[in-house]
Write a protein that binds this ligand. Structure first.
Ligand SMILES: NC(=O)c1ccc[n+]([C@@H]2O[C@H](COP(=O)([O-])OP(=O)(O)OC[C@H]3O[C@@H](n4cnc5c(N)ncnc54)[C@H](OP(=O)(O)O)[C@@H]3O)[C@@H](O)[C@H]2O)c1
Length: 211
């Protein structure tokens, strides 16, 4: 399987990706948003977790794109089928796949495709295979903190793009780039290779790959 997985997120200079109450904060500047839009254009699918859908209600489409058929497919990790009926990811701007747990017997509103994949949580490795079978080979993972952690923890990425905004958010429980349980000893920490560091306006784009 030659799936390419790119992780993209924006953080404050102290590593936070939202406000302490988990609400969204704009961290990307105009130039960085253009970069992300380009990244979306190159992707077959944009993937987020249900936490991000509920908190940020993102649209996950290419901005100013008149040809809706070229929008990437939106993929939501949603084990228990909690995607709200009025979520922007369920609008008609693109196809949407909701990955649910094998136990899920309910219905997802709208005309989204439902893929059963995993028990306690979505089995992201298996999901990548199921997306590949549907021709979705370039996957852009956009968050939030628990989904980012899962992809990092399972070594499921080819590239990580982190835009570092020049501001501090603070807060011990504020979401960060990698939530979850974290690596509990030094040997297990995820070692990365820094490929690029580019100043973009008043921020920095860091590009990493596996070491
Ligand atoms: N700055 C940025 O770039 C950026 C981007 C996106 C989001 N955010 C921020 O991130 C925060 C949301 O993060 P979050 O952690 O609450 O939500 P999340 O990572 O978007 O979604 C997490 C949820 O996804 C479901 N899930 C299913 N399978 C999973 C798996 N294998 N691994 C991980 N999660 C899985 C779980 O819910 P179920 O058990 O119900 O399935 C889990 O609680 C918000 O504050 C948002 O503003 C920031």
């Amino acid at each position: 399987m030659d799936t390419k997985i790119v992780i993209n997120c924006a953080m404050s200079a102290d590593g936070k990706i939202a406000l302490p109450d988990r609400s969204q904060i704009r961290l990307s500047n105009k130039e960085d948003m253009e970069r992300v839009n380009k990244l979306r254009k190159e992707s077959d699918a944009i993937l987020v977790g249900i936490g991000t859908v509920i908190e940020d209600n993102p649209r996950l489409i290419i901005k100013n794109n008149k040809n809706l058929s070229t929008n990437p497919v939106r993929v939501v990790l949603d084990t228990n089928g909690r995607t709200p009926i009025n979520s922007n990811v369920l609008d008609d701007k693109s196809r949407t796949i909701i990955a649910v747990g094998n136990h899920f017997a309910g219905e997802i509103p709208g005309n989204s495709e439902v893929i059963k994949c995993g028990d306690e949580q979505i089995d992201i490795e298996l999901l990548m295979e199921k997306l590949y079978e549907r021709g979705l080979k370039n996957i852009l993972v956009e968050g939030g903190e628990n989904v980012l952690w899962s992809f990092l923890n399972q070594n499921l990425f080819d590239e990580i793009n982190i835009f570092v905004a020049s501001l501090i958010v603070g807060g011990a429980k504020t979401p960060t780039v990698a939530g979850g349980s974290g690596f509990t000893n030094k040997i297990d920490t995820l070692q990365l290779k820094l490929k690029e560091a580019e100043k973009i306006g008043n921020g920095i784009l860091l590009k990493y790959c596996k070491k």
